[in-house]
Design a binder for this molecule. Structure first.
Ligand code: PHE
Length: 339
């Protein structure tokens, strides 16, 4: 029996040493130490031994069991360490590799230009006001001296929510909203989105952007209007920029004018962008009509003012040499990523 035990021990330790995977070790454990395992069988046969032999063999058998168990567990540990070492080797991360850059967004050219325009006016002491895009007929037309059925409404057809509520066709309604709340001196700009029921083409979009300006105080003249807008044009498009004012008509200003700037692309000599005229029209302006001041609760005998409304999309197109307004609204990343 001693010999058998010693053989079992030797075989078990040999196969443990040769085992390649943890599965092999489990099989070995079952083969020797399991319920039907070789060592277990032998222990069962102990009963047949003489009383003198029994404790000696018992002790030997226990020692064999202990040897096998500790060989198994140290081999298990060894395997775990090897697996870990292997994974560490294979899964090394090269921290010096350049990372994957997340695609970064940028500002839309309209936003960039709006920020620049705003800066110029803030520099001249203006502050920023805002008004709603869904506007009352009253503010969009009525209080701007365009009563119902006034022919001037035809040029500003829009989208109606109902008879009294519409999408604003210009930023001018905010003039009235500000005058209602604030006493002169008033010196504000109003940037914002405006709407007209126009068919889409290279120069028209049912949504576009304006920047309104309103100055109301004592003794405000057309000279102030021209001075402020000329300074604006030079700061925005460059010191060499020239401006010209052409007589025009708006129901809410009197007198009224449109302002052109010398073409940014050709400097005024004439090119495709300015249709060979050398000039680009960028805004409408004028002295605030006395009736409009009255709608804003301001006494036209004590105060006067000027106002202007600039087409921001045109300014953007001028600055970047874009010849189609639709590009600003299609959100094509190939276009936008150029800015
Ligand atoms: N609101 C006018 C337009 O949209 C522009 C304008 C504003 C004209 C202020 C004069 C004064 O055409």
């Amino acid at each position: 029996m001693r010999e058998m035990l010693e053989n079992i021990c030797k075989q078990a330790l040999d196969s443990i040493a040769e085992a390649k995977q943890s599965n092999d070790l489990e099989a070995i454990r079952v083969k020797y130490l399991g319920k039907k395992g070789q060592l277990t069988q032998i222990l069962r046969g102990m009963g047949k031994l003489s009383p003198e032999e029994r404790p000696v063999m018992g002790q030997l058998a226990n020692q064999v069991r202990g040897d096998i168990e500790s060989a198994l567990s140290s081999r298990v540990k060894e395997m775990e360490e090897m697996t870990l070492a292997k994974r560490l080797r294979e899964e090394t991360i090269d921290v010096t590799l350049p990372g994957k850059r997340p695609p970064l967004g940028g500002l839309h050219p309209l936003t960039t230009v709006l920020n620049q325009v705003t800066d110029v006016f803030l520099g001249m002491g203006f502050s920023v006001a805002e008004g709603p895009e869904v506007e009352l007929d009253y503010y969009n037309f009525e209080a701007l001296n365009m009563p119902r059925n006034h022919p001037a409404r035809d040029t500003q057809d829009t989208f109606y929510i109902n008879e009294n509520i519409l999408l604003r066709t210009h930023t001018s309604p905010t003039q009235i909203r500000v005058m209602e709340k604030q006493n002169p001196p008033i010196k504000i700009i109003v940037p914002g989105r405006v709407y007209r029921s126009d068919a889409v083409d290279a120069t028209h979009s049912p949504i576009f952007h304006q920047l309104e300006g309103l100055v109301v105080d004592k003794n405000i003249t057309m000279g102030d209007l021209k001075g402020v807008l000329d300074v604006f044009a030079k700061r925005m498009f460059g010191e060499k920029t020239r401006t010209r004012f052409r007589p025009h008509h708006f129901p809410f200003t009197e007198p009224s004018a449109e302002m052109d700037v010398s073409c940014v692309t050709c400097g005024g000599s004439g090119c495709r962008v300015c249709s060979n005229t050398g000039w680009i029209e960028i805004l409408g302006a004028g002295m605030v009509h006395p009736t409009v001041l009255e709608y804003g609760n301001i006494d036209p005998n004590r105060y006067s003012g000027f106002a202007f409304g600039m087409g921001l999309d045109r300014v953007v197109n001028q600055i970047y040499g874009i010849d189609d307004i639709r590009l600003l609204y299609e959100n094509d990343i190939r276009f936008l990523s150029q800015f």
